[in-house]
Design a protein around this ligand. Structure first.
Ligand code: SF4
Ligand code: SF4
Length: 133
């Protein structure tokens, strides 16, 4: 199974090789989707692939070393009142999470396909896309 998590690092945890440990010690595949981290801490969005027990053990390991872990559910949001359906985000979205509905000609946002890469955030003229990390 694949699960996305937002990790919050304090200064102590920010220098630990947590990705390596999740892979080597817990047999998980870890994909870093977004990171804003430096020596004083920060946040990271990761996608973890592995069975349920391994994922649970990996999360427990992170919490034990002081990393805040919360599931990533509503990470990217579109403000439907602000979106003008200009289409500027459609061709740059790497996962086709943003696409043009052939019937309405409006831009659809499929949250399940979104990997929170953040590309659309800066590209959206009226700033309708927002990442909650
Ligand atoms: S770039 Fe922004 S305003 Fe244009 S369609 Fe995409 S989300 Fe809507
Ligand atoms: S954050 Fe990335 S994957 Fe998600 S909608 Fe924007 S461009 Fe597409």
């Amino acid at each position: 199974m694949k699960t996305k998590y937002i990790l919050n690092f304090n200064p102590e945890a920010s220098n630990l090789p947590i990705t390596h440990n999740l892979i080597a010690e817990y047999g998980l595949l870890v994909n870093i989707l977004r990171a804003e981290i430096d020596e004083v801490g920060g946040k990271m969005l990761i996608e973890v692939s592995g069975d349920e027990a391994s994922t649970k053990n990996g999360v427990e390991y992170l919490e034990k070393i002081g990393v805040g872990v919360r599931p990533f559910k509503e990470g990217v949001r579109r403000n439907d009142e602000t979106c003008t359906h200009c289409g500027a985000c459609v061709s740059i979205c790497p996962t086709d999470a943003l696409s043009i509905d052939p019937e309405t000609r409006k831009v659809k946002f499929d949250e399940d396909k979104c990997v929170a890469c953040g590309v659309c955030i800066d590209a959206c003229p009226p700033r309708a896309m927002e990442i909650l990390i």
